[in-house]
Design a protein around this ligand. Structure first.
Ligand code: ADP
Ligand code: ZN
Length: 441
């Protein structure tokens, strides 16, 4: 069977007007459900003098209150659930950077939606039931592992639930089990590539042909590196625990923006400062409303992720609209000497210079009340064998590349291979030492 012809994939190609009508009906249903069952939401609606019946069009979405991470913390653990615990069949949690975790729940139906969007994601990335998927996302409370697992089983591909970590075993499986597809964070995959190269097994001998990478921002330069080194196609997948987990959107074969599964997730782009809705094409914060979730519906969730809705149709023929790849979150913007800088800009600049490895760290400190930035990047063994003058020239090239992208002169430190910590999950690119730099005025 042609996979695109599976009934669930029909929504990928839905007539845009029909899709909008479907979204409106589902939005109205979600608002009604939240108003009836989630006290925090009802109070906020009441305060605005809004009733569920006031939602007549998709434009009325803008009248609804936002939800953000603090609301999840304030109602920890189950305060935003819209179903009794007897109907909740699964809990997941994301660590969150500070304090208590974010806790979400799923009904059996919700798990069905999740495996559907993950299955459609895999299909969009060109997979089918003949694929053998090494699922190196972490299993457990995180959504990555079990999310991808459900999608693969629904697709009918063979899932190897290896979870994250243990690179030796990952390599063994990759080599011996006939793996054709892998999913994990992009940073973990480059770590695996490095490992494999060291063992002397040519990557070209592997059957691996496609990678589905997400959970953290990665640049086009990083993609080029992965595709070149591993000889695979690398697709960017996006999702977040609060909305469902992975499977909110993914790149198709065009690799030009991520299609969002709009029949389940309604997207808006807003100005992160004012909350005003921005038109298609404008860059801003992605806000998502779930349209089919039962246990944990979210209305206008502020993702903090910065992107834009891409205008126009995709060449692949799908009508689902696309977002640009997420290069950053509004909360990981750094302000250095008054200039806004994102880690992804540094990454792109570093990878534009030859002989660097995609392992880097940004170190933030504070001096004289001002934030300072320093960049450490690994360079190849060969480079380190070279003369000091060459290393110095390399350092200058890197500093120049960063200045070219950001307009800032940032000190660059060259590190030997393997000296920057590797991560099995999301990479920690920014080391924030600003608090340790408290100065006596
Ligand atoms: P997950 O375990 O699915 O990554 P989390 O809730 O821990 O879910 O993290 C979600 C956040 O991770 C997103 O809000 C976003 O900032 C980041 N993220 C996820 N996928 C991507 C991606 N493809 N590109 C950039 N950032 C991503
Ligand atoms: Zn497409």
């Amino acid at each position: 069977m042609k996979h695109d012809l599976r009934p669930e994939c029909a929504s990928d190609y839905m007539d845009p007007d029909a899709l909008r009508a479907l979204q409106l009906a589902r939005l109205q249903e979600t608002v009604r459900r939240c108003h009836e069952r989630v006290p925090l939401f009802r109070q906020r609606m009441d305060k605005r003098g809004l009733a569920p019946d006031d939602i007549h069009s998709l434009d009325d979405l803008a009248r609804l209150p936002f939800t953000d991470k603090n609301d999840l913390r304030d109602t920890y653990p189950y305060g935003l659930f819209a179903e009794p615990m007897s109907n909740i069949v699964r809990i997941h949690a994301s660590s969150g950077t500070t304090g208590k975790p974010i806790v979400v729940g799923y009904t059996r139906e919700d798990l069905g939606v999740w495996s559907e969007v993950m299955m459609r994601s895999f299909i969009m990335a060109g997979m089918d039931e003949h694929d053998v998927l090494q699922n190196a996302y972490g299993y457990g409370l995180f959504t990555g592992g079990l999310g991808a697992h459900g999608g693969s089983e629904r697709l009918g591909s063979t899932v190897i639930p290896i979870s994250g970590g243990n690179s030796e075993r990952q390599m063994l499986v990759l080599k011996d089990f006939g793996v054709t597809a892998i999913c994990c964070t992009p940073s973990y995959f480059i770590h695996l590539i490095e490992h494999i190269k060291e063992t002397g097994v040519p990557l070209s001998e592997l059957k691996l042909r496609v990678g589905i990478f997400g959970a953290e921002p990665w640049s086009d330069a990083m993609r080029a590196y992965i595709q070149r080194e591993a000889g695979i196609r690398a697709h960017d997948i996006y999702g977040l625990t609060e909305i469902i987990g992975p499977g909110v959107g993914i790149e198709c074969r065009e690799q030009n923006g991520l299609h969002i599964f709009e029949d389940h997730f309604l997207m808006e782009i807003v100005d992160p400062d004012t909350g005003a809705v921005l038109p298609d094409g404008a860059e801003g914060e992605l806000v998502i409303t779930t349209l089919t979730k039962k246990a944990f519906p979210m209305v206008r969730y502020r993702t903090h992720d910065i992107t834009a809705i891409m205008p126009g149709r995709c060449a692949c023929g799908r009508t689902l609209r696309r977002i640009r790849r997420i290069r950053s979150r509004c909360d990981d913007m750094m302000i250095i000497r008054g200039v806004n800088v994102f880690p992804s800009q540094i990454e792109a600049a570093l990878l534009s210079v030859e002989s660097t490895l995609p392992h880097y760290q940004i170190i933030l400190t504070r001096k004289g009340g001002l934030d300072q930035m320093e960049v450490r990047v690994e360079v190849t063994k060969e480079m380190f064998g070279d003369r000091v003058s060459e290393l110095e020239a390399m350092r200058k090239r890197l500093a120049h590349a960063i200045e070219h992208t950001t307009g800032l002169r940032i000190p660059v430190i060259l590190a030997e291979p393997h000296t920057i910590a590797r991560s099995e999950g999301k990479a920690k690119r920014v080391i924030d030492r600003r608090a340790e730099c408290a100065e006596i005025p």
